[in-house]
Design a protein around this ligand. Sequence first.
Ligand code: AMP
Length: 630
Amino acid sequence: MGYADFYRRSIEDRDAFWAEQAKLVDWETPPATICDASRPPFYRWFAGGRTNLCHNAVDRHLAQRADQAALIYVSTETGQEKVYTFRELHAEVQRMAAVLATLGVGRGDRVLVYMPMIPEAVFAMLACARLGAIHSVVFGGFASVSLASRIEDATPKVVVSADAGSRGGKVVPYKPLLDESIRLSQHKPGAVLLVDRKLAPMEKVAGRDHDWATLADRHQRTQVPCAWLDATDISYTLYTSGTTGRPKGVQRDVGGYAVALAASMKHIFLGKPGETYFSTSDIGWVVGHSYIVYGPLIAGMATILYEGLPIRPDAGIWWNLVEKYKVASMFSAPTAVRVLKKQDPAFLKKHDLSSLKALFLAGEPLDEPTARWISDGLGVPIIDNYWQTESGWPILTVANGIEKKASKFGSPGVPMYGFDVRLVHESTGEELTGAGQKGVVVLEGPTPPGFMQTVWRDDERFVQTYWSSIPGRQVYSTFDWGIRDEDGYFYILGRTDDVINVAGHRLGTREIEESISGHPNIAEVAVVGVADPLKGQVAMAFAVVKDASALVDDKARLKLEGEVMKVVDDTLGAVARPARVRFVTVLPKTRSGKLLRRAIQAVCEGRDPGDLTTIEDPAALQQIKDLVAS
Ligand code: AMP
C-alpha cells in the first residue's frame, strides 16, 4: 500500500486502521471501542482495553530476547558505561517499583522525577508505569522556582532525584535546588528518594529523604507484577511552556500512547527488534519520553542513554557509539548538528557507520545548510520531523516504513497517519487549500492515539488554550505558521504566539519576563526571540530600570546585566538565560499599552518592523535600533 492510501485510511476508516495498529502491543483485555469521540475535544482511545506500558517495554520481550541489550548507558561525564539486558532491566525496574511501593506509591499517585541522565531515571519512569503511578519528569537543568511550580501542580507523593548532574565535566548539584524548591512549594512530597552518585555532598532531611541504594538492597528479588491499567488511564504528565508563566502539564494516556509509539517505531523510525536506537535528547523532554525510553523498548530495541556533550571528549563521540553499538536509527536536534558542524568534519569519517539507516532530527526548524552538511557527511537519509510535547510523536514527516518518499530540504514532510492537518486563516478561520498560502497549522479532531488527553487538572485550560483560538472552529492549534507546497509537503514558518525555541528548547518569553521582573531594580521588561546561527533562536531582553543610577557607566550596566541573568538562572535555569539584557528608558508599546514584541524582534533581526501606526512612542523603537547597531 502506498502512503497516500495508508494515510487516507487512517482518517476515513479510523477505527479499522487503529484497531490494526493496536495489535502491535500486548493487551490483557483488548479494547472494546477504538476511538470514543463522543465528547470533543476529549478523545478517548481504546476504551475498555487494559494494558501496561512497562509490560510492553520490558516484560513482553523476556520470552524472546531476555539476554539482548535493552538499555545502554554511556556517560562521558563520569566515564561509566553499562549495558542492561532486558532481563536485567526487568529486575532493576522491579526493584525500583518495590522501593516506590514501600514509600507509598500506588496507582494514580504522582512521582516527580528530577534526575540527570542515569539509568535510575529510566528505572523510575518504567517503575511508575508498572505500578500505574503517574510520572512527571522535570528537566534536570531547571532551577528551583520552576521545579517548585511543577511540584505544586503535580502534588507528587514521592520525588526521585540524585545528588548531582554533570555537564561538560562540571558538577551541577541537584539536592540543594530540590530542597529549596520543596521549601518554596506549598505541597510537600512525603518522601524523596535519592540516588547518590557521589558527585556532590548531600544532606538528608530526616524522615523525608531516603537513599536509593540502601532501600534497593532490601528488594533484590522482590517481584512486582505489572498493574493492568485502563487504556485511558494517565501514564504521565510533562510540563511545557506556553504564553503564560504558569506551566501546563501535558497529560497522556496509557493505551493510546503505547499504540502510537509502537506504530511510529515501525512506520517512521524503521526500528526492528534487536537493533539499537540512539536518541541524543534528554529524558526531561518529550523526545526523551517517546524515543529514549518507551518507543525503542516497546519495539524490542536497545536504547542508548547518553550523558554528556556531543563534542566531549571529542566531536567523534556519537559516531564512536554508532559504530560500537551498531546503531540503526539515530534521533537528534538541528542545534546539536550545528555544534558538530563547527568541528573538524574528519570526525564523521573516522568511524564505521554502516549500521546507520537514518538520522532523524526534530525540535526546531532544520536549515538547509545543516541538513546538507550532515547528509553529505553521514551518507544516510536525514529525516526532519515536526511535532510537539502535546502530540507525543511526529505530526509531519515521511513514513519510510510504509513507502520510501523523498525528503525535501526545509520541509519536515507530510501529515502523518491519524493527524488531520489543515492550514487556516488566523482571524477568519477560513481553510487555506492552495499551495503557498500561509496559515496557522491546526488539527481537526479526533486527534490520534498518543496525543495529549488534556491539561493536567485543567480541562478548561485545555479547551481554552488549544481548541478555541481559531474563530468559528473547534480545531487544535499548534501555534505554528505553515505553508504547503503543490506536493502536499508542509513548511513551518515559526510560532504564532510568544513562545521561542532556543536550541530546540521551548521557552515562553512571558515566563522569562516574569523571572526578570523579580530583580528589585527592574520596572519593566520585554523578551523576544532573535534568530541565531547556532541555536536557531536566542532570547534577548530589553529592560527599563527603576533607579537609573544603577546605570552610570558601562561597568555598572554589565554588572546589572549579570545580576539579571543570575535571577533567570536561579528561577528558571540556565536554558532560559537571555543572550543579552539591554537597558532602555521606555519600551515600544501600542497606545493601548500592548508590548510590540514582534516589532522589537524585527528590529533585532534587521528586518522592517512593519506597520507602526499604533505605536505610542516611535523613539522607543529607535533606542532599541541604536542599541542593536552599537
Ligand atoms: P516542544 O513541545 O518543546 O517539542 O516544541 C514544539 C515546537 O517546536 C513546535 O510547535 C515548533 O514550533 C517547533 N518544532 C518542533 N519540531 C520542528 C521541526 N521539525 N521544524 C520546525 N519547527 C519545529
